[in-house]
Design a protein around this ligand. Structure first.
Ligand code: FPP
Ligand code: MG
Length: 298
């Protein structure tokens, strides 16, 4: 049960015996706890499972704290981010505390679970670094984009499913693939929402990713389909603050080439593949959570 995971996280935070950390933790919006839900759905809710779900959510929260500093994001889930409220130093340190306490607790679960989760955190960090360095260029290589989102986002969702399978004594490989597909689709949808959602819903300015230098899948496809003059124009707009006209031009070209549908379809295919794989393993209940990954509007 998800409430058992919340209680376990609260307990881990209380263990630290630090009033400031306890207060700061209350300022973090919880999100949908998708990773914890996934772990509980696969493995039930014994103590090791609840601990694993709590640790994964703490690591995820830590990574978002750091990510908001890196991305200069002043909102998270439509609320002020911790860096906006307390500054970068506090946000980074709360991230480090959540992350290291999570790692400490990982030692009390099982060596195999610890290995799967800690390896994912290495990948997560490599992916975030890649995201930062790629945003300095106009990357049009889809494989490079996919490798980056695999590491940055899919690795921890893949690890959540794999670790849960290990705890439940289920065949790990199918669950790792399921989690990987879910993670890739999740980030593809996240990148689409940056284009389709209005700035109020998203809590950040329109086309924020592109302005920040991130050439996500929709821009890669758009570039591929544009005439050469328009390709040049798109490259010139990269990583710049966009006027209303420039924003409208990008949106019109996206529309003309049906880019958003193309990206959504690709994410949906990954989800369908994941659902089918789970159905083959008698895990029909895992299709809802897969659907939840892509049925998001913020
Ligand atoms: C969100 O990407 C970022 C991630 C999924 C991973 C961030 C990872 C790190 C900062 C590595 C550090 C790790 C630890 C454990 C401290 P996004 O910016 O595309 O998504 P957003 O729209 O949610 O900000
Ligand atoms: Mg970000």
């Amino acid at each position: 049960m998800l409430s058992a995971v919340e209680r376990k996280i609260d307990q881990f935070i209380n263990d630290l015996n630090d009033k400031e950390v306890s207060l700061l933790y209350t300022k973090l919006p919880h999100g949908k706890r998708l990773r914890a839900k996934l772990i509980l759905k696969i493995a039930g809710s014994n103590l090791s499972v609840v601990k694993t779900a709590a640790v994964v959510e703490m690591i995820h929260a830590a990574s978002l704290l750091h990510d908001d500093v890196i991305d200069d994001a002043y909102t998270r889930r439509s609320k002020p981010s911790l860096n906006a409220l307390y500054g970068n130093k506090t946000a980074i340190m709360l991230g480090d505390i959540l992350y290291s306490k999570g790692f400490l607790e990982l030692n009390n679960i099982s060596p195999e679970v610890a290995k799967i989760v800690s390896n994912a955190v290495v990948q997560l960090s490599l992916g975030e670094l890649k995201d930062v360095s790629l945003s300095k260029t106009f990357n049009i290589d889809k494989e490079i984009y996919l490798d980056m989102i695999y590491k940055k986002t899919a690795s921890l969702i893949e690890a959540s499913a794999g670790a849960a399978a290990v705890l439940a004594g289920k065949p790990k490989d199918a669950y790792l693939t399921y989690g990987r597909n879910l993670g890739l689709a999740f980030q593809m949808i996240d990148d689409l929402l940056d284009i389709t959602s209005d700035s109020e819903t998203l809590g950040k300015p329109a086309l924020h990713d592109f302005v920040e230098g991130k050439v996500t899948l929709p821009y890669i496809y758009l570039y591929e389909l544009l005439e050469s003059e328009d390709q040049k124009r798109l490259v010139l707009l990269h990583a710049k603050v966009l006027s209303k006209e420039e924003q409208a031009w990008i949106m019109q070209k996206m529309d003309e080439h049906q880019i958003l549908l193309k990206c959504y379809t690709e994410a949906k295919e990954l989800i369908d593949e994941a659902v089918e794989l789970m159905n083959e393993n008698g895990e029909e209940a895992l299709s809802d959570i897969a659907q939840e990954m892509i049925d998001r509007n913020f």
